[in-house]
Design a protein around this ligand. Structure first.
Ligand code: COA
Ligand code: MG
Length: 291
């Protein structure tokens, strides 16, 4: 199923070894889940986590939530078995870590004939090859791995993320050029709500579809930041009305709040309303269970 059009405001990483967290997420308002077998799982737990995750994904009902499974790299002793096990279970995509080139996607594609593939964009070479990676016919999504990237580049954490902006934008451009989903990286300080909000709003303004998050308390902030606000929904409706009115009187453009409204703004307004409706259609989760 095509994931574009499904909300992905918040996508929660869950260590694939934590059964309780895999259960808990069914009561959390995350739009998506990345069940992780890679960096969140210790070496001695890898094999058990694979078996657990295969069972959880086969039997669990995660409702509307988009299900992504992150495998270990094929250059590790676990990657090949992860890919082959997850190819057999219902997931929306398999996420490949540390993708450096289209060949890294092809290597997994050979083991996984049907499931859509996503790429972690988290190495200097990967960022430099972003366009070629995005062009891979099996790829449908990219996820920024800002921690690994910062490590390899030597970037220090900064609240404005200025040192990372080129990399973020390179991936976004590549993803958009080929119609892929693109998710922003995580915010490590999971108790710092204000800092997370700023980073979510920055990612949203840049054009990301949503934020990857590491802790349940981060979900609500990402959901709010990446959802159209009431004011945006109102403005979208006024754009559509004003443009239709202008067309009826033979004009190709309208003016709303002192700003020009062209056909492209109407398309943007329609997309925004469709997104708002898709969010509206998500059944509310049980309140008070987000910690
Ligand atoms: N997904 C689902 N549930 C989670 C969760 C997650 N990512 N992180 C925490 N929880 C749950 C805990 O299980 C706990 O639930 P419980 O009380 O019902 O057992 C509750 O939320 C509160 O957890 P808390 O005690 O605040 O966090 P912690 O100290 O147990 O864990 C982290 C903190 C950061 C280690 C944990 O959030 C985590 O492992 N996050 C994911 C990390 C990851 O996947 N990294 C790889 C990609 S960057
Ligand atoms: Mg990583």
């Amino acid at each position: 199923m095509d994931l574009r059009g499904r909300p992905l405001r918040s996508v929660l990483y869950i260590p694939g070894s934590r059964e309780r967290a895999c259960e808990k997420v069914k009561r959390l308002p995350a739009d998506g889940i990345i069940f992780d077998l890679e960096d969140a799982v210790a070496a001695e737990e890898k094999v058990n986590a694979r078996a657990l995750l295969t069972r959880v994904l086969t039997t669990g009902d995660f409702a509307h939530r988009v299900k992504i499974a992150r495998i270990n790299g094929l250059d590790t002793q676990w990657g090949r078995d992860d890919a082959m096990a997850l190819a057999q279970v219902p997931v929306d995509a398999i996420l490949i870590p540390k993708v450096n080139s289209p060949a890294d996607v092809s290597a997994v594609a050979e083991l996984v004939p049907n499931t859509p593939l996503w790429a972690m964009m988290e190495s200097p070479l990967g960022i430099l090859n972003a366009a070629a990676i995005a062009a891979h016919p099996r790829l449908t999504g990219m996820v920024l791995g800002t921690n690994d990237l910062a490590k390899d580049v030597g970037t220090r954490f900064r609240a404005d993320r200025e040192p990372l902006l080129f990399s973020l934008q390179a991936c976004l451009l590549a993803a958009r050029a080929y119609g892929l989903i693109c998710l922003d990286g995580v915010f490590n300080a999971f108790k710092n709500d204000a800092g997370l909000r700023v980073e979510c709003e920055q990612g949203r303004d840049m054009g990301f579809d949503g934020k990857t998050v590491i802790h349940p308390r981060q979900i609500g902030i990402a959901n709010t930041a990446f959802a159209p606000s009431e004011a945006e929904i109102d403005l979208a409706r006024r754009h559509i009305e004003a443009f239709n009115e202008a067309e009826r009187s033979g004009k190709g453009v309208a003016v709303v709040d002192g700003k020009i409204v062209e056909n492209l703004h109407v398309l943007m307004a329609l997309q925004m309303l469709a997104k708002a409706e898709a969010i509206e259609n998500i059944k509310p989760v049980v309140a008070g269970d987000e910690e």
